[in-house]
Design a protein around this ligand. Structure first.
Ligand code: PDD
Length: 287
């Protein structure tokens, strides 16, 4: 079956899905995006993702390209047309197409919108979670508005590529004082010896992950305590568990940081139980 993408008002074959060379997303990374998990035919936490999209658009003074209701319809339609039961749906909105000029277009243009969806293999992802992943650490080198989910991801791309070349799956950005910020495309967590979940505050310096937000509810359901505070690489290395969260991986145990094993080097039971309970707690919208 051939894949379908939504591009500026049309559902087109994925291989023919193109945007104009003067799309400001292409030229200036002047746009924002969201990635939602699709699980068992449902779009997961769509409300929170669209709330965050609205915030990102507002911070950059980009208008909604359509009503929120229409956007929900397009997301579901792209998932349906691609017959995705498990996977992801990707949504990108840029300031639009205009002759290249750093200033916002003097005459407002219509924001450009693209939606794609792809399948993932839940069995393979679970197998990965049973094994855990390795992370490396890299110095924080991003701008200070990473709370906005923009498509300007070059530092993230370079950090993640560095991780891959080191045999790891994720790179954690670290401040000069040794505090862990977040991963290239995930939020970072540890579990203390006493079984308390620790993740850094999301007021600034990281993206407020939707998976992270929903995990607060999952933790409550499992009777687990969360402390929102910074933690260092050293604390993470001697933690009971570590894990990452994002729509793409839900909860993924971390078993090594910069080559040093966490606890016994196997995924922690708390991370795995959070992973197992996530779907029941998250919002599910049938596509
Ligand atoms: N990334 N931090 C960063 C820098 C991210 O890019 C992401 C998501 C997260 C986790 O956010 P959420 O739980 O809402 O997925 C944290 C997406 C999945 C991506 O770029 O593919």
């Amino acid at each position: 079956m051939s894949r379908i993408a939504y591009v500026n008002g049309r559902y087109v074959p994925h291989r023919d899905a193109v945007v104009h060379i003067e799309d400001r997303g292409y030229q200036f990374a002047d746009g924002v995006y969201e990635v939602c998990e699709v699980a068992r035919g449902n779009i997961v936490d769509m409300t929170r993702h669209l709330d965050r999209l609205g915030r990102s658009l507002g911070e950059l003074s980009i208008a909604w390209p359509m009503t929120r209701g229409a956007m929900e319809h397009v997301l579901a339609e792209v998932v349906r047309r691609n017959r995705v039961r498990n996977g992801l749906v990707y949504l990108q909105v840029t300031r639009g197409v205009a002759p290249r000029d750093h200033f916002f277009p003097a005459k407002p243009v219509r924001p450009a919108m693209v939606v794609t969806s792809k399948r993932s293999d839940p069995v393979a992802l679970n197998a990965r979670a049973e094994k855990g992943i390795e992370v490396i650490t890299v110095p924080e080198n991003r701008w200070d508005r990473v709370d906005i989910k923009t498509v300007g991801l070059l530092p993230n791309v370079l950090a993640k590529q560095k991780a891959r070349e080191a045999g790891a799956a994720e790179a954690w950005f670290v401040d000069p004082d040794g505090t862990v910020k977040e991963g290239g495309s995930t939020n970072a967590w540890i579990v203390t010896r006493d079984g308390v979940l620790v993740t850094r505050p999301a007021e600034h310096g990281i993206l407020r992950g939707i998976t992270r937000t929903t995990l607060f509810e999952v933790a409550r359901k499992l009777g687990l305590r969360i402390e929102e505070r910074g933690f260092t690489v050293d604390e993470a290395k001697s933690a009971r568990e570590a894990f990452i969260t994002a729509a793409t991986v839900v909860v993924m145990p971390v078993v090594k940081i910069d080559g040093s094993a966490i606890a016994n080097g196997h995924p922690g039971s708390i991370a795995l139980s959070l992973r197992a309970a996530f779907f029941d707690v998250a919002e599910k919208r049938p596509a």
